[in-house]
Ligand binder design. Structure first.
Ligand code: ANZ
Length: 827
């Protein structure tokens, strides 16, 4: 074979690798128990068809890191599995009238075939599918653990409702424009009884522990998580309500402005609003009902939009300001949300823009309590929100804002009318889904309405077959119609009971899957804590930035829960995080609807795995988007062919002579690469590494072709070719394996440990520094090119000829231009 033929290489090596199972981690541990361990993971794929270019990119980067650590003498766990539950399978199944299992497992098989060609160094013995009962059994176990601790609970509340999928959504699944992340439908609000996981109990830890990830996770992701958790400090303040026993509590980040409160606002959909208005006049009740209906259609984002007119209705009730006894009218307005803080605010129009907009629109008073140079908000329409000194505020008058906050909190606490507190934007995680293809919630509903957890030894609660079930979305779970399945009895008593018909959000599945890889077939426990101590947390996690909030936050939460339950001894799952950019075509995200899809399967077929991976690695910094119009897969293939040809020439020529007499310039380049490659990989500068490999190929070629040289026989050429092969294994495993074999090795290249660079070959050539005395050259010195000015000055002045020239004369000045010149001026 005189031409580089990627197909021949793939066909040759695939069966060999399938047989060798080189990346089977159990074997690696048995053979080298002493080696340090690394756990390198890519976010597992969702089986919605074949793999796409986003997968190709992420798995390319993850595999570089996994292969790299093996070459550094570590044992690497690099597993793969499938995030196999979820709506797309169910939708496809409904459309085609097949079982979601068929669609899911067919797609998994397809993705596996593609992976086998693409050849990431996976340990296939650890393969898992979240839709297998042996996996989801442990989701149920986890749920029950959390239920026992009060971390899983049911409540009645207003939830996000996707009218297309006919199921609820977590807040994290609603985009900032108020549409569903999955269907694009405008999300509605609906009141339902649902299961929640109490992530808010972990809000402080989830926020504070982000500091430990600084420098290890992309700062953009850290910031997104911080904003999502959204901690605010302030006070809870109780306002007595005329004609009501219970006070209304509000949360405020500006309790210092309490003397400026002129009215109160409650969220229209809150129980509080309904109760308050029930005592009002029939007209007010009607106005309120009308208003309530209108607000049901607005999304949370719309409701909070600054430019939206602030609408609302007066509830004909009054609250009393606890510090000055003022009588404040109570309104319902939809700019106040039911599930933030307490669903009620004290309105301070002078210092809060939304309150001001509302006050000006409804003729409510504006009272300034923080001094400023700005115009009166009542006339300018602009609230004064900055710092300042308090005015017209009783005992707070004259205090600076921050002092006033502390002072008013002390006063409220002393009076028993409030206290300092904090609140979060983060809400509890709603996990119930009214769909079939997910983990059944392991709870039984007894006839008296009580909840009975399914005993652990009866797990898994398996999904019933789909035969006879209508999976179409209709607002209640299709499982409710599986009569034989739903009707059961309470263990022990035998009383009749119904199974909970909802299934879990699939983000539960992916929140802990990394631990299941430690032994995916363990039927005694979710994972073995001893193995977790050996392998986890993940050293490097690779995946798309679209998971910056949902998946990563949920995994962090569940990891902390497992930590607190004593199952793991760490509390952050992912030590380092790499977010790859997106693959674009002509600057726009590839999508089927745009018809400009670069298909992974086609690229793989036309150019092969190695050229595709080299292209992805070389395209630019990992976090940047890749525009497919700017890359050249053909160029990558040419580079690989040139490297491969060098190995062939070395084989054919045979190596002769000693390294000492070989081409030193080539050796320098090779050893510099050996020295630099680890730093480049660890800093995820994969593109720079590929560029350096290209340079080495070029220099090796020149060395072979140089007239009068030793050609491919030169031992420096062999050394370069071997180094190239070992490093190419990171991105081009087929080419690398073939080169290694041509160079006469029969051990698997993927398991070779990279040699260390020879320090002697890293020293730069010296440069000549000229030393003048009064402008005349008196000496020449050989110095390092990066010598400092001070060192060069000292060396020059100590030189015997220079010393002799200076003699007893006075040194007036020494001019140093390192590394090449020193001029000594004497008198
Ligand atoms: C009085 C006040 C005066 C406020 C002032 C602000 C400025 P963050 O920072 O986002 O936490 N608020 C409280 N609960 C609310 C709800 N359910 N819906 C809408 N707004 C609500 O915002 C906290 C502030 O948002 C709180 O502080 C409250 O208004 C309002 F000069 O109280 B403030």
């Amino acid at each position: 074979h005189s031409e580089y033929d990627f197909r021949a290489l793939q066909e040759k090596w695939r069966p060999i690798w399938a047989e060798q199972r080189l990346f089977d981690v159990d074997r690696a541990v048995a053979e080298h128990p002493e080696r340090p361990r690394k756990y390198i993971l890519d976010m597992f794929p969702y089986p919605s068809g074949d793999l796409h270019m986003g997968h190709a990119e992420a798995f390319c980067y993850g595999d570089i890191v996994a292969r790299y650590w093996r070459h550094r003498g570590c044992t690497v766990l690099h597993p793969i599995g499938w995030d196999a539950f979820g709506l797309p399978a169910e939708d496809a199944a409904i459309k085609r009238g097949i079982d979601p299992r068929t669609w899911t497992y067919d797609n998994i098989a397809q993705q596996k075939r593609s992976f086998e060609i693409y050849a990431p160094s996976f340990d296939w013995s650890r393969e898992l599918h979240t839709s297998d009962p042996e996996y989801y059994r442990w989701n149920q176990w986890l749920f029950l653990q959390m239920y026992e601790k009060g971390l899983a609970y049911r409540k009645d509340s207003w939830v996000n409702w996707d009218p297309v999928d006919q199921t609820v959504l977590a807040n994290e699944q609603v985009l900032s424009d108020g549409t569903s992340e999955r269907t694009g439908a405008v999300v509605e609000k609906k009141k339902l009884t649902q299961w929640y996981l109490k992530i808010t109990d972990y809000a402080d830890r989830l926020l504070d522990d982000l500091d430990r990830l600084e420098g290890h996770w992309p700062s953009k992701v850290l910031q997104m998580q911080r904003n999502w958790i959204g901690r605010s400090y302030g006070a809870d303040i109780d306002f007595r309500v005329e004609g009501r026993d219970e006070p209304i509590t509000v949360f405020s980040t500006r309790p210092d402005t309490l003397y400026g409160a002129t009215f109160m606002v409650v969220a229209p959909e809150s129980d509080l609003a309904a109760e308050l208005v029930s005592e009002a006049s029939p007209e007010a009740r009607m106005r309120f009902q009308d208003y309530l209906e209108r607000t049901q259609h607005a999304t949370e984002i719309e409701r909070q939009a600054a430019d939206r007119p602030k609408t609302g209705v007066f509830l004909e009730r009054y609250a009393i300001n606890p510090v000055n006894g003022d009588r404040l009218p109570i309104w319902a307005a939809d700019y106040v949300l039911a599930d933030y803080g307490h669903g009620a605010v004290m309105a301070v129009p002078a210092h809060d823009q939304r309150d001001l907009d509302f006050a000006l629109g409804h003729d409510l008073p504006v009272r300034v309590v923080v001094s400023s140079d700005e115009e009166d908000p009542a006339t300018s329409g602009v609230a004064v929100t900055g710092d300042g000194v308090l005015v017209d505020s009783g005992p707070l008058t004259g205090l600076h804002k921050d002092e006033a906050i502390q002072a008013v909190i002390r006063k409220l606490e002393a009076d028993g009318t409030g206290h300092g507190t904090k609140t979060y934007r983060l809400r509890d995680w709603l996990i119930s889904r009214q769909r079939y293809w997910g983990t059944p919630i392991p709870i039984l509903h007894a006839e008296d309405g009580s909840l009975v957890p399914v005993p652990e030894d009866q797990l898994p609660v398996e999904l019933p077959p789909t035969e006879g079930l209508d999976l179409k979305p209709r607002g209640t779970s299709p499982l409710g119609a599986a009569e034989d399945w739903v009707h059961t009895t309470i263990p022990g008593t035998g009383e009749p009971a119904l199974r909970d018909p909802d299934t879990m959000d699939t983000f539960v599945d992916s929140s802990w899957y990394y631990l299941r890889y430690l032994d995916p077939h363990d039927d005694r426990m979710p994972f073995d804590p001893a193995r977790a101590r050996e392998w986890a947390p993940i050293d490097v996690y690779v995946g798309g930035v679209e998971h910056a909030i949902l998946h990563l936050l949920y995994s962090r939460f569940i990891t902390k829960v497992l930590h607190d339950l004593g199952w793991v001894d760490f509390d952050e799952p992912f030590t380092d995080l790499i977010n790859q950019g997106m693959v674009l075509l002509d600057g726009s995200k590839m999508s089927k609807s745009k018809g400009n899809l670069v298909e992974f399967a086609a690229e793989l077929r036309d150019h092969g795995a190695d050229a595709l991976r080299v292209t992805l690695a070389f395209a630019g910094p990992v976090e940047d988007d890749i525009d497919w119009a700017d890359v050249s897969v053909q160029g990558s293939a040419k580079f690989l062919a040139r490297a491969w040809r060098i190995a062939g020439e070395v084989r054919d020529a045979g190596t002769a002579g000693s390294l000492a007499e070989s081409d030193q310039a080539l050796r320098h380049e090779t050893h510099h690469l050996l020295a630099d490659a680890p730093g480049l990989v660890e800093a995820t500068k994969f593109n720079v590494l590929v560029a350096r490999l290209m340079q080495l190929v070029n220099l090796t070629r020149k060395t072979i072709d140089r007239p009068g040289g030793r050609g491919a026989q030169d031992p420096a050429v062999r050394e370069a070719a071997e180094t190239l092969a070992m490093m190419l294994d990171l991105v081009a495993p087929y080419t690398a394996a073939e080169m290694w074999e041509m160079l006469g090795h029969d051990d698997p290249i993927a398991l070779t440990v990279w040699p260390a660079a020879d320090p002697a070959l890293l020293v730069e050539e010296s440069v000549t520094a000229v030393v003048q005395v009064n402008g005349k050259v008196r000496a020449r010195l050989q110095v390092s090119p990066d010598i400092s000015a001070e060192a060069l000055r000292e060396t020059a002045l100590a030189e015997p000829h220079v010393r002799a020239r200076i003699g007893d004369a006075e040194i007036r000045r020494v001019i140093v231009r390192e590394p090449r010149l020193v001029n000594v001026v004497i008198g």
